[in-house]
Design a protein around this ligand. Structure first.
Ligand code: NDP
Length: 271
């Protein structure tokens, strides 16, 4: 039986074992998939020990950059994102990939039938999750992508690094809140929702045609989702992204793409 795990700290909250076991049941694949907590400075020894017998691992907060350094080889997506959420071992070589971005794109584009093509996209946040989604979003050929971040220098660095891949521009919150035309798609890639903090946003950036997407998910709508809905936008959470990024990891490991809809519904029922 092949061994898989999700490595993070903390890790008890992770839904990945449930998701991967549900996918495996679709194909009668026999696997083990466990939660593995690594001490903060101990990602590499924990992963080395796991891969002595393991075939693949998902990596979550705060180890996505440590996983990038740990991998022997990287996919383009992981290299550009500077972060790895999927490690696979084949013939003794460990490859690092990043499926967060394609997971987000598939949830928005396929599950919710919202195209990125020629749209104006705003990404709030410039951390690992924002970097992970930029290349797959840019590949969908939006009109432009703007990035705003609490620490403006980080938004500028990320925009500069991504410029070869599309029209990506940094914005300050002051400039953003002077904007009077709504964006088509607004993605909250900050961790502000985790603490229920409100972002400093003007309601004018949301319109009736705006999709407001919070990467965070929970039993109830986040502060960001509530503000977006009150400002007239359609608001979604990141549960679909979570399941879709897992499906991409599953396909990398097992060579088959699982169905996601029922799994999204089942995980939502148990939030
Ligand atoms: P990081 O710690 O790398 O980045 C956090 C970002 O949030 C930074 O840009 C930071 O700004 C910003 N931020 C934090 N608090 C505030 C605040 N109070 N006001 C404004 N900005 C704030 O985290 P990640 O990028 O890894 O994760 C971000 C979110 O995405 C998390 O909620 C995570 O759960 C979610 N996520 C969801 C996934 C899914 O599958 N649904 C997958 C991956 C992530 P600054 O630079 O100024 O510190």
């Amino acid at each position: 039986m092949k061994k898989f795990a999700v490595i993070g700290n903390p890790i008890q909250h992770s839904k990945s074992p449930e998701i991967h076991r549900a996918f495996a049941a679709q194909f009668d694949i026999d696997l083990s998939y466990e939660r593995l907590q690594a001490e903060i400075d101990e990602f590499a020894p924990t992963a080395t020990q796991f891969f002595a017998s393991g075939s693949g691992a998902n990596v979550t907060v705060p180890f996505k950059e440590a996983a990038l350094r740990f991998a022997d080889e990287l996919s383009d997506c992981a290299r550009v994102a500077g972060a790895v959420n999927t490690l696979s071992k084949q013939d003794g070589v460990i490859t690092g990939d990043n499926t967060d971005g394609i997971g987000l794109v598939k949830d928005i584009r396929d599950n919710h039938a919202v195209s990125f093509r020629n749209k104006t996209v705003l990404i709030i946040g410039a951390g690992g999750a924002a970097r992970g989604v930029l290349l797959p979003i840019a590949q969908e050929k939006p009109h432009s992508i703007y990035i705003v971040n609490r620490t403006p220098a980080k938004a500028q660095d990320v925009a500069r690094a991504f410029l070869p891949h599309g029209s990506i521009y940094p914005l300050s919150f002051e400039t953003l809140n002077a904007v009077t035309t709504p964006f088509d798609i607004i993605i909250n890639a900050t961790s502000a929702s985790l603490s229920g903090e409100a972002l400093n946003l003007s309601e004018k950036i949301f319109g009736q045609e705006t999709l407001a997407y919070d990467m965070m998910y929970g039993k109830t709508p986040s502060t960001f989702m509530q503000f977006a809905s009150q400002s007239g936008a359609v608001a979604l959470d990141g549960l679909g992204m979570l399941v879709e990024q897992a499906a991409e990891s599953f396909a990398i490991w097992h060579g088959v793409m699982p169905k996601t809809q029922e799994v999204i519904e089942k995980i939502r029922e148990n939030l």
